[in-house]
Design a protein around this ligand. Structure first.
Ligand code: Z5A
Length: 218
């Protein structure tokens, strides 16, 4: 474990998360980060939230199912943390313990952004769940930042109907984006902002450069 992050929850030096709003382009960036981390022969375990274990993937289906609307924000928060509690114990902590890199598509920052700022739940409540049920945070979080209109336009170009959260209004996603940027300002050493507006390859290269800077302690 490395130094404690905000909220007194310890950060792990081999734990990297990727965050951002809809259509930020996490998929291409994850591929590039995985290649960069694995270049020296280290094991790289890629996973995602909500999900990453059979139980957590079932919770993900429930959370994103448009048929489950309306869902109480409190229920949504407890579901994402139920998934995370299982994910950490079954997958993330064991991988870190055997010396692997863990690269996670979303982690607790998403809960502060979506359930905190998006749904209006008290961040202190989220901090308590993070401390008591998770107990771990990434050493590095790369935040892919893109304006809401551009991100939503990209996401709407994909196949398939929008999920329950994607059906939210622009105002919801504006609050999510503002919360992410506020977290980056509050924890600049851990949360590094990547401009996700340019072409996918440019964004991926910037993310890899930020990863290398962090590994060199810059
Ligand atoms: N959630 C939550 O509420 N609380 C929590 O604690 C957690 C999660 C952990 C599922 O996450 C939902 O769970 C998410 C937050 C909530 N809801 N929302 N909205 P997810 O990560 O699976 O879902 P997502 O954020 O909606 O994924 P996404 O829209 O697919 O974003 P992405 O992975 O960053 O985008 P992408 O698939 O890489 O790219 C989307 C499209 O844009 C695709 O067609 C690309 O070809 C295109 N794209 C990507 N990058 C570019 C660039 N640079 N230029 C042009 N086009 C691009």
């Amino acid at each position: 474990m490395s130094a404690n992050g905000g909220n007194g929850v310890p950060a792990h030096a081999r734990f990297v998360s990727l965050e951002g709003g809809e259509g930020a382009g996490k998929t291409t960036v994850l591929r590039a980060l995985r290649a960069a981390l694995g270049a020296g022969g280290d094991e790289v375990m890629c996973t995602r939230e909500p999900g990453g274990t059979p139980l957590a993937e079932r919770i993900r289906e429930l959370l994103l199912d448009p048929g489950q609307a309306p869902t109480a924000p409190q229920a949504e928060l407890l579901l994402v943390f139920a998934a995370r509690a299982q994910h950490v114990r079954e997958v993330i902590a064991p991988a870190l313990a055997r010396g692997a890199w863990v690269l996670c598509d979303r982690f607790t920052d998403s809960s502060y952004a979506y359930q905190g700022a998006g749904r209006g739940l008290d961040p202190a409540l989220i901090a308590g769940l993070e401390r008591d049920f998770v107990g771990l945070r990434p050493g590095l979080t790369l935040l892919l930042d893109v304006d809401v209109a551009r991100g939503r336009a990209r996401a709407s170009g994909r196949d398939g109907a929008p999920d329950r959260i994607e059906r939210e209004r622009d105002e919801f996603f504006e609050r999510v984006r503002a919360a992410y940027l506020a977290r980056a300002r509050a924890e600049p050493a851990r949360v590094r902002v990547i401009d996700a507006a340019p072409a996918a390859e440019v964004v991926a290269a910037a993310a890899v450069a930020a990863l290398e800077d962090w590994r060199r302690g810059r």
